[in-house]
Ligand binder design. Structure first.
Ligand code: PMP
Length: 406
């Protein structure tokens, strides 16, 4: 008990008529447990940059003070760099990646309007669920889980439906695929459609050019390639998207409304209004992640991820692992999906990797349940050493489980 608390004895509590018999719930015994931290090689979260760990204990600031305004300005500059956009409407949502997804959809597509969803993994299914909750009309165009979309598959739907927006996932962590987005913005704009993109597990790990590719609404998250804590979701909106926000007839949820958040983030200059309390530790952390990316530079980060994954895949091939995604150009550099030989149990494999090697990888999610392992080697963990350790641990696990599983 600290000295501050000691001043408040049971006697003084009684005198305040707070006798224990008034309480229907007693104070819980919250005990500390030992945690053996694993190497985080699932599709997220990733380990922190050592520098991020340090800034998490920086001083708490009020969200309305000059020091904090500087943090927000630094974050906006860093986000314009990682998204490669000159757009002004760039900020971070207080919430994990799903909050970015909800913000992008609910700000740009109104009830009764149509959202076309290009579906190949679980995140497009989430977009479908979210859009339906907002009364948005949803249309789906699908491909099998182990391939990506070609413009020829999307154009007939865009032409026929002329939807308000198309939703597509860049890097899909449930399937391990990366969608080629070049040319897609122009294709969408030809039919008056906005292009909305999930880059949660791809941004800063693989090339992405928001303005050049004509992307109108995009979000990401901080616990993947950024190597920071979960709980903030950077978003960016194009000039087309801003025009839609200004002219729209509907109100998105208060917490996600860009019309209210832009002034808090001073997106258009000289406005520092209060909308909600931003979390100082999380924003220090995001600022630090962006500082790390700016120091390394995007081309170097993309090249590092490509080289590490090429090495990882080479090692996996040597150990006779089979990839879920047949075409190498469809494989995502941050998350690899691997099929196990017949008779192996995916959950058992994941458990053994943690128990024996203290490496966390995941089994399939959504359409890949029972069909793949998902291994994320990204951010601070995208190194030759991690690639080799994980490949060797996987080979050992395959050997060890052979007898019991078959
Ligand atoms: N999109 C993708 C591609 C993801 O990998 C994830 C999280 N695994 C999400 C969206 C959702 O993000 P969050 O869990 O941070 O809400």
């Amino acid at each position: 008990m600290t000295s501050v608390y000691r001043q408040f004895s049971l006697a003084s509590a009684r005198s305040l008529n707070m006798a224990s018999n008034k309480f229907i719930v007693p104070p819980p015994r919250i005990v500390d447990r030992e945690i053996v931290k694993p190497l985080l090689c699932g599709p997220g979260p990733c380990d922190y940059h050592p520098s991020v760990e340090k800034v998490l204990s920086k001083p708490v600031l009020s969200p309305i003070c000059d020091e904090f305004f500087n943090v927000l300005d630094d974050i906006r500059a860093g986000l314009q760099y990682v998204f490669q956009t000159r757009s002004k409407l760039v900020l971070a949502m207080s919430g994990s990646g799903h909050s970015g997804m909800e913000a992008v959809i609910s700000n740009l597509v109104g009830p009764g309007e149509t959202l076309l969803i290009a579906s190949r993994g679980i995140w497009d299914q989430r977009a479908f669920i979210i859009a339906n909750r907002y009364g948005i009309k949803t249309e789906v165009v699908s491909v099998p889980l182990d391939v990506t979309f070609s413009p020829e598959q999307l154009e007939p739907k865009l032409k026929k439906l002329r939807p308000t927006a198309l939703f597509i996932t860049h890097g899909d962590s449930s399937t391990g695929t990366v969608q080629n987005l070049q040319g897609l913005g122009d294709l969408c704009h030809k039919y008056g459609t906005l292009l909305l993109v999930d880059t949660v597990v791809s941004l800063a790990g693989v090339p992405f050019f928001m303005d050049e590719w004509g992307i109108d609404g995009v979000y990401t998250s901080t616990q993947k390639v950024f190597s920071g804590p979960a709980g903030i979701s950077p978003v960016a909106f194009s000039a087309r998207a801003e025009a839609k926000i200004k002219s729209r007839k509907h109100d998105p949820p208060f917490y996600f409304d860009m019309k209210l958040l832009a002034p808090q983030w001073n997106c258009y200059g000289s406005t520092r209004t209060y909308h909600h309390t931003l979390s100082p530790p999380l924003f220090w952390a995001l600022r630090c992640c962006l500082q790390e990316i700016a120091k390394e530079t995007l081309p170097v980060s993309w090249a590092r991820h490509a080289a590490t994954t090429a090495r990882f895949h080479k090692r996996l091939r040597e150990y006779s692992f089979e990839f879920l995604i047949p075409k190498p150009e469809d494989r995502l550099a941050t998350v690899t999906t691997v099929k196990l030989p017949k008779g192996y149990d995916y959950q058992e494999f994941v458990k053994y990797m943690r128990a024996k090697h203290n490496i966390l990888i995941f089994a399939g999610l959504g359409p890949t349940v029972g069909k793949a392992l998902r291994i994320g080697i990204m951010g601070v963990n995208s190194t030759t050493q991690v690639a080799d350790s994980v490949a060797e641990a996987m080979a050992d696990t395959l050997r060890a489980l052979k007898k019991s599983s078959l």
